[in-house]
Ligand binder design. Structure first.
Ligand code: C2E
Ligand code: MG
Ligand code: MG
Ligand code: MG
Length: 285
């Protein structure tokens, strides 16, 4: 009996839970200061043309080096930003910074992730328009990546939000397709410009027939709706070859490049330009 009572009390008051909450509050506070101080970094990961293996774009991925703790994964702090009202400021920072940075790479497209918390705001399209104007980037070079979570709950508002964004001239991509509750219906009704197949679907295609068939079916579905497909999480050359055969036109993954600082992207671009000039000369000779 005493033991039971003790256990019941434990569920009411658990010091470990207090510690968790304390740590979470501290993290939230640090994150708030990082956003206000502009102390977030952005890494850029190459997006690769499947046919030529040329870099045709980059995805902006936010990075946070928490003082006294080291790097924190966006998988950890994005959900916290979402629930603590920080996501709009964070998202605006990333969008503006990424667009500004991408201006020095005229041959590249720039992809930016958008959280449901931003997307949900009816004024979101307005602030995207404002950032486009401010940074003077061509709208058609910008892709906003959204995940499906919110769409299932609010298909009507999602459709409106996507329409408003597309009216600005930006592209809208469905991110992490195949990781959750994805359905054919969404692909049809929302008018996405592109879908990105989640890494979990790409991971085992060479080892597992079932995984390969799932991936093939998913790509075939998108293609039947005329939606171009990016494969995420390409880590080997074999995977790159396979997903291209299945119909993905854009590839992304460690095999082609990890997320990296902007100047490394610039370096790559300069190398690519130099290689092109050399090829042209050789062909002419
Ligand atoms: P995501 O948008 O699906 O981005 C791709 C994630 O996969 C990135 O993780 C990237 O580093 C990782 N990745 C890319 N290629 C490979 C590969 O070959 N192998 C493996 N194992 N991983 C690979 P990251 O940067 O940790 O970001 C995680 C997620 O956090 C993103 O997934 C996105 O949902 C979210 N996120 C990142 N930056 C932002 C942002 O600025 N705003 C919002 N709202 N979300 C963001
Ligand atoms: Mg993404
Ligand atoms: Mg993704
Ligand atoms: Mg993801």
């Amino acid at each position: 009996k005493a033991k039971e009572a003790g256990r019941a009390r434990m569920t009411l008051y658990d010091p470990a839970m207090d510690a968790d909450r304390g740590e979470r509050n501290a993290l939230e506070l640090d994150l708030r200061m990082a956003i206000e101080g502009g102390d977030l970094q952005i890494a850029y990961q190459p997006l690769i043309d499947a046919a030529t293996h040329e870099m045709t774009g980059v995805e902006a991925l936010v990075r946070w080096n928490r003082p006294g703790h080291g790097p924190v994964s966006p998988e950890v702090f994005i959900p916290i930003a979402e629930t603590s009202g920080l996501i709009e400021a964070l998202g605006l920072f990333v969008l503006r910074k990424a667009c500004e940075t991408a201006k020095q790479w005229p041959e590249l497209r720039i992809s930016v992730n958008v959280s449901p918390g931003q997307f949900r705001n009816p004024a979101f399209a307005d602030y995207v328009r404002y950032v486009l104007k401010q940074t003077e980037i061509e709208a058609k070079r910008v892709t906003l990546e959204v995940t499906e979570g919110y769409m299932i709950q609010n298909p009507q508002r999602t459709r409106q939000a996507i329409e408003r964004l597309k009216a600005l001239g930006v592209k809208v991509a469905l991110d992490d397709f195949g990781s959750g509750f994805s359905s054919i219906g969404y692909l049809r009704q929302f008018g996405f410009d592109r879908i990105k197949i989640d890494r979990s679907l790409v991971m085992d295609i060479l080892e597992s027939d079932r995984q390969r068939e799932m991936l093939q079916a998913t790509v075939a579905l998108a293609r039947s709706l005329d939606i171009p497909v990016t494969a995420e999480g390409i880590e080997t050359e074999e995977q790159a070859i396979a997903v291209r055969l299945f119909g993905c036109d854009t590839l992304q993954g460690y095999f082609f490049g990890r997320p990296m600082p902007a100047d490394q992207i610039t370096e790559r671009l300069m190398q690519a330009r130099a290689a092109k000039v050399t090829t042209r000369r050789t062909n002419a000779a």
